[in-house]
Design a protein around this ligand. Structure first.
Ligand code: ZN
Length: 168
């Protein structure tokens, strides 16, 4: 059974990933399944090709940037990798990674808090570890939050930061 079937066998039209699903909906669903099923579902959520990521990719691509996607050889499997500039870019979902910039990141699920709070804490801790691994290996690490991708000014700023980085 795929993750998709596992999570939504009763509602097969619903893709399972960070950006395609309202966090609240998933939270409600997850509260009704057993812990072992829940952990299998969470293990499957990779957060790849989410709407915020696609927005970011589309903008940067149209501006002429070229990049590798989801390079699993690098710590944290960065969403976009600009190899010649040695830049890794993560596009983080606000709820899942605990965004400090918006209410989605501060939102605490009302039920099953002892499951969700450590889960999000764990994500943040892993995120910090990936950033320090990558920096130690000589990469510049950029992060754009889901909420920031809504405003094209932030994407412009991101583009400038990428273009400014020298390749030598
Ligand atoms: Zn946010």
């Amino acid at each position: 059974m795929t993750c998709y079937d596992l999570a939504f066998r009763n509602r097969g039209d619903m893709p399972l990933s960070e950006g395609h699903l309202f966090p609240g909906l998933l939270v409600n669903y997850m509260d009704r399944v057993s812990p072992s099923i829940r952990s299998r579902i969470m293990g499957c959520i990779r957060g790849k090709n989410t709407q915020p990521e696609l927005r970011t990719r589309k903008y940067l691509y149209a501006a002429g940037c070229r990049y590798r996607l989801h390079d699993s050889r690098l710590s944290g499997c960065p969403d976009l990798v600009f190899a010649t500039k040695r830049i890794c870019l993560f596009v983080h979902g606000c709820f899942w990674h605990g965004c400090p910039k918006c209410s989605d990141g501060r939102r605490k699920p009302k039920s099953n808090r002892d499951y969700w709070l450590p889960k999000i804490q764990g994500n943040r801790q892993r995120d910090r570890q990936h950033v320090s691994d990558l920096r130690a290996a000589g990469w510049t690490v950029l992060i754009i939050w889901e909420c920031e991708t809504m405003d094209v000014k932030n994407l412009e700023r991101l583009l400038k930061t990428i273009l400014r980085k020298r390749t030598w």
